[in-house]
Each structure stands twice: as C-alpha cells, then as structure tokens.
Design a protein around this ligand. Structure first.
Ligand code: ZN
Length: 142
C-alpha cells in the first residue's frame, strides 16, 4: 500500500501598511514559511484575505514598483462615481483587487521557492494605510 507523504502547512503573515497604495516585497517572509514547513517538493500558495489588496510576482525595482502603482491608478481611478462608492468610498481598491487577483502559486523545489532571478512576491495594498493585513501562506508537498 502506498502511504502518502503529503504535508500541509499554513502560516498567517500580518502586515501593517503605510500608504493608500503600496507595493511590499514579502518574498523573505514567504520563504521563511516554506523553510519552516519542512516541505522540499510541492507548491506554495500565497493568498491575501482582503478584497482591497492583491498578490503579485514581479521584479523588485523602484521604477517598476512606481509604474505598477501608476498603472493601477490609471486603470482603477479614485473619484469616479463607481456604484460601490455609495456605501463605502473604496470601489477603486476593490476593482483593482478583483482584476489583479488575490493569490499566486509558486513551485517549491529543494525547499526553495523557484522564483526567477528577477522575481519577487509582493503584497499590493490598495486601500491603506491599514494595520493587521493578513496573508495566508499554505505549503503543500512532501
Ligand atoms: Zn468597500
């Protein structure tokens, strides 16, 4: 009989953000969770539990991070008569979160996130500043 060696591990990361829109590199925190999990081969899911935020993978370069914020502001402008603004003045943040997405999945090989040389994992704050933003890192594998 085949005995499954599948492990699952979950950790909550808690972040405080300092601006309305902000790009925060969380790669080190995610890799620490992978290391803590003991999983050497599998998948790592990084999921934000907030509908006014997103998770991205891209390059940690200052110009690019400001371009991401500029593009987000252009595509999802504040001050527009979005219907959600009738009850809560943050429709632009919900819309950006919807289209950018709440999670990424990164393969884990040899106990490491298999990110490319120029890739990092980012939490994108869309309606800050906030305290206690929760991100779930779940690692599945063996
Ligand atoms: Zn809202």
């Amino acid at each position: 009989m085949l005995v499954s060696k599948l492990k699952t591990f979950a950790k909550h990361l808690v972040l405080n953000t300092g601006s309305r829109r902000e790009v925060i590199n969380i790669t080190r925190l995610v890799q620490s969770a992978v290391t803590e999990s003991g999983v050497t081969a599998g998948l790592c899911v990084v999921f934000t539990t907030h509908s006014t935020s997103a998770i991205l993978v891209n390059e940690d370069e200052e110009g690019l991070k400001s371009d991401i914020l500029r593009k987000t502001a252009e595509d999802f402008p504040e001050g527009v008569a979005w219907a959600h603004n009738r009850i809560d003045d943050n429709a632009d943040a919900h819309l950006a979160g919807t289209y950018l997405g709440p999670s990424v999945t990164v393969p884990v090989i040899g106990g490491r996130l298999t990110l490319g040389t120029w890739q990092s994992i980012f939490f994108l704050e869309l309606d800050g500043p906030r305290s206690g933003r929760r991100i779930v890192v779940q690692v599945l594998g063996e």
